[in-house]
Design a protein around this ligand. Structure first.
Ligand code: HEC
Length: 158
């Protein structure tokens, strides 16, 4: 049987050992900012894993982009019927579905950025029904940001 004193000493030793191991580990794996960035960039380059077919994905992205352009033109013309039409078309698109992959196969961040796009395209569709130009412009600008945010993270530069 261990006395209380012996147990206390044992626990203290165990704790010290853990602290020592942690110190050793951070010596072996220096974690500085630059290295962290490299890891992120390596993942970026591995875009092939995003979709089953890159050409199909790009084709869908292109049509999404066309709707987006048409929506901008309609807003400028203040043509509410067209605004409503393109808002609905945008709302029914899905970058996630374009990938041909399931949620669990995709990076969590991609799934999240896709969800933000959906959320915002819904807000755009709602604004188009309200027929309030100020609101429409605000929600449209926010939608552009969801495109940019995903591209910044997942679209290869150049
Ligand atoms: C959840 C992620 C995501 C969202 C949201 C998203 N995109 Fe994309 N988009 C991509 C990725 C990834 C590519 C790069 C595809 C490739 O070339 O490999 C891309 C490529 C594109 C391209 C180039 C297609 C080509 O022919 O090479 C256009 C144009 C485009 N997106 C427009 C848009 C617009 C406009 C929006 C918003 C209304 C949008 N995207 C929202 C992920 C996204």
């Amino acid at each position: 049987m261990f006395s209380r004193e012996a147990k206390r000493k044992r626990d203290k030793k165990a704790k010290e050992e853990i602290v020592r191991q942690k110190e050793n580990a951070s010596e072996l794996i220096p974690i500085d900012k630059d290295e962290g960035m490299n890891i992120v960039e390596e993942k970026d380059d591995d875009n092939e894993s995003l979709y089953t077919s890159a050409s199909k994905f790009r084709m869908h992205m292109k049509s999404l982009s066309d709707y987006d352009d048409e929506l901008a033109i309609s807003i400028e013309r203040q043509s509410w019927d067209d605004i409503g039409k393109y808002a609905m078309l945008l709302k029914n698109t899905s970058p996630l579905l374009f990938t041909g992959k399931g949620k669990t196969e995709l990076p969590k961040e991609f799934v999240m950025l896709d969800a933000l796009f959906h959320f915002q395209s819904l807000a755009v569709a709602e604004a188009s029904q309200s027929r309030e130009m100020v609101k429409m412009n605000i929600e449209y600008e926010k939608l552009q940001k969801t495109c940019d945010d995903c591209h910044e993270r997942f679209k290869e530069k150049g």
